[in-house]
Write a protein that binds this ligand. Structure first.
Ligand code: NAP
Length: 300
């Protein structure tokens, strides 16, 4: 009769089995934790692998090769969505696509100046042909060509700001609508600014365009609710990106920190999580809402 100890010894794996076991473990760990891993599959707190909250959704994000738009694209893709990034410059699109692909995320890119009808048409055609529909639209593209007096702004300046910031989200959404309606539960996010509530001096037309987006959100939310499309608005405060360089001087940042109490300015990633939530089933009864991400709240 073998002793219990000898019996246990009989179960000890051979060197080769151990090597094989380590190989399998190493492979699994690499697949799960490497930055190239498909992040639509993640481990939940129960240890069960689960699909990302936006798995299989198709998300179009304008102005998404830098800053807030890029952080949103990255987050939605990490949460399982197939994302389409776009902006005016091909080299920026290529760079953004390469970064996201390097992470193993599902991404396509296309150059699209949102103020140009032909660019919007090409984007919509590509998305419809390649994906067969759209579930999420995030309109992050925005411009501010003027620092100066509101009443001194030229007609050209007014046209550019209103075309890109206000008209283009409505026009693009109108073009994507047939491709969203057939998907059922869809989500649209417009990107305003705290300048909508607190006008920043010398940015008059920009402030006004961002206030108009709050109205556009409310109107579209009511109009599209019967079609199963929710429309909400991200309202960022000062977020560290090239766009906000103009208001990032040291004394301005000190003032802002004093005003807010929070000892930092925002990062693009601070905006991304709330957008993911607003696109997810967890927010399925929220529409027409403006959500401020600013380190303080400018509204009641
Ligand atoms: P950003 O870092 O400068 O990035 C802007 C992105 O939009 C880039 O990818 C740019 O790429 C693209 N873009 C610019 N004009 C475009 C156009 N006409 N059509 C398509 N793409 C365009 O800016 P951001 O700070 O992330 O700003 C994003 C949005 O947040 C804007 O709507 C802005 O008003 C709003 N916002 C920003 C702040 C802030 O503090 N940063 C605060 C409140 C609100 P290309 O150059 O290749 O086109």
């Amino acid at each position: 009769m073998p002793s219990p100890i000898l019996g246990a010894q009989a179960l000890v794996p051979t060197d080769q089995t151990l090597i094989d076991m380590f190989r399998v473990l190493e492979f699994a760990c690499r697949a799960l934790f490497s930055p190239r891993a498909p992040l639509s599959v993640r481990m939940s707190s129960t240890g069960v692998y689960k699909k990302g909250i936006l798995a299989d959704k198709v998300a179009v994000i304008t102005g998404s090769t830098h800053g807030i738009g890029f952080a949103i694209a990255q987050r939605l893709a990490r949460d399982g969505a197939h994302v389409v990034v776009s902006s005016r410059k091909q080299q920026n699109v290529d760079r953004a696509v390469a970064i996201l692909k390097e992470e193993g995320l599902s991404v396509r890119g296309m150059m699209c100046h949102v103020g140009k009808a032909e660019d919007r048409n090409r984007l919509v055609t590509m998305v419809a042909d390649y994906y067969g529909g759209v579930d999420i639209l995030v309109c992050a593209a925005g411009v501010n060509p003027l620092v100066g007096s509101t009443l001194g702004a030229s007609e050209q300046v007014w046209d550019k700001i209103l075309d890109v910031n206000v008209k283009s989200p409505a026009l693009l959404l109108g073009q994507l609508l047939p491709h969203m309606e057939k998907r059922g539960k869809c989500s649209v996010i417009l990107v305003s600014s705290v300048a909508a509530y607190f006008p920043v001096s010398l940015l008059g037309p920009y402030n006004i365009s961002k206030t108009a987006l709050l109205g556009l959100t409310k109107t579209l939310a009511v109009e599209l609710a019967p079609k199963g499309i929710r429309v909400n608005c991200l309202v960022p405060g000062l977020i560290k990106t090239p766009f906000s360089n103009v208001v990032q001087e040291e004394d301005m940042i000190t003032q802002i920190k004093k005003l807010h109490g929070m000892q930092r300015i925002g990062q693009p990633e601070d905006c991304a999580g709330i957008v993911s939530f607003l696109c997810s089933p967890d927010s399925s009864y929220i529409t027409g809402e403006n959500i401020v991400v600013a380190g303080f709240s400018p509204k009641l």
